[in-house]
Design a binder for this molecule. Sequence first.
Ligand SMILES: Cc1cc2nc3c(=O)[nH]c(=O)nc-3n(C[C@H](O)[C@H](O)[C@H](O)COP(=O)(O)OP(=O)(O)OC[C@H]3O[C@@H](n4cnc5c(N)ncnc54)[C@H](O)[C@@H]3O)c2cc1C
Length: 489
Amino acid sequence: MGDKNSEAVIIGGGLAGLACAVTLADRGVSVSLFESRPRLGGRASSFEDKQTQALIDNCQHVSMGCCEEFNRFCQTVGISYCFRREKQLYFVGPAKSNNDLSASNESRARFKVNSFAASSWLPAPLHLLPAFGGLSYLSIQEKMELVRGLKRLARIPVDFNNEPTMAEWLADQGQSQNVINRFWNVVLVSALSESLERISLSHAQKVFVDGFLRARDNWQVLIPTVPLEQLYGDVILRRLEQKQAKVHLQTGVERVQIEAGKVVGVQLRDGQDLSCERVIIAVPHQRVLSLLPDTFKGRESLESVEQIEAAPITSVHLWFDREITELPHAVFVDCLSQWMFNRSRIMQPSSETDFYYQIVISASHHLRGEERQGRSQKEIIAEVVEELSQIWPETRRAKLIHSRMVTEHQAVFSVQPGIEELRPSQRTDVSGLYLAGDWTSTGWPATMEGAVRSGLKAAEFLLDDLGQGESLLLQQTQTGILSKILFRL
Ligand SMILES: Cc1cc2nc3c(=O)[nH]c(=O)nc-3n(C[C@H](O)[C@H](O)[C@H](O)COP(=O)(O)OP(=O)(O)OC[C@H]3O[C@@H](n4cnc5c(N)ncnc54)[C@H](O)[C@@H]3O)c2cc1C
């Protein structure tokens, strides 16, 4: 396995492990990556749907303009052309704002599609005024209330040791239930996959500051045009191999061996022992402690990881015999469904004859409860289809050829108050041991961006220990001058 002094063993081939591997291999470090599954990509993965024989994603993954490290990683490995950048979002909300409803109950359509697009000439953050202004399901007073709330949220200094949940903060600010349901809930639950009752103020602040207020294109959404397995599969594998990195698929690591405060090797699940002095553990947080010896100096500092809670995400996959909407995607307001992705339109090139849609329901704790109380997947799928029918009547005429529901119970870590204290640094107390993974300390929620950042940080620490110190993360984007003045960013 090469010179064991400079070799880095990476455990886990998710985005954190991959970003770390690519970065180290590009800098001449000899890398061996072990992934227990037969493919790379980790939680951003696909599987074959038996009935359609199509490769479908466990759940639609999207990136945003503000995900700079992830977007740069995609460029580095040559996959950025597999994303389409949405410069217009579609919000499907109640056809009338509350004021309109009290004036007249005559509208027949329950839902209306609102297009959300920024101005091409106004500076940030004013460029978003036309977009927010166009949300017809909020009254003018509600929009003003929302702007007041956003301004306060951006400016508030957060005490990480004693911060409220977003629900508590919104109540303190006197934000009305309608604005909470139709705006804060819609954006934050899908961005952070948690309910407002559990989201910490600091994470909510990050979503709005980084995603909307800091710079012009940060809010734009990037959607993969190929299945995730294809995205994070062969191209990255080949690139790693070209750089002499060894990738071992279907090879789980049982344990990291530590002696006298130093890494000395790893034991594979098949019993093989490999000696090495540098290991990056890039597995989900639930698995970390099981990879480490029961006792070693420095273990206590990692035990907080066990207190990190997870949050679920559900996706409902639907195949119809006809197109129910031409929109490539839509964000739903006041519905069980939260996002719709028109995969047949998004995929390049789509060879399917059926029309495939994916509906995402983040923070789906409530569905798990319902399943337990006897509400079957079939009923949940029927509710989703009924919602689509109310929005796009063509759904009633379409035949639902096939459907399935996938719930990832440990999709992301839960961004509750106090979470930042539980997230460890990528550098540990053990010589030669580093951590990576979306759950390590990056300041980002559980996202592909957070995972890539963690991989870069781990690589940065390792290179530093090898005497090749270098700053690997990009400087923070320049904040627009007006955003600085208005929000003190
Ligand atoms: C349903 C769902 C929807 C999501 N939507 C989005 C989204 O829209 N946008 C976004 O940015 N993020 C999204 N995320 C989050 C994103 O997928 C994760 O934050 C990111 O992929 C985590 O990467 P990671 O490398 O930290 O961990 P993982 O992807 O979990 O990778 C860890 C890897 O370690 C491997 N492993 C574990 N134990 C061992 C062992 N003993 N030996 C060898 N290998 C091992 C695992 O098999 C896995 O491949 C979503 C996640 C889910 C589940």
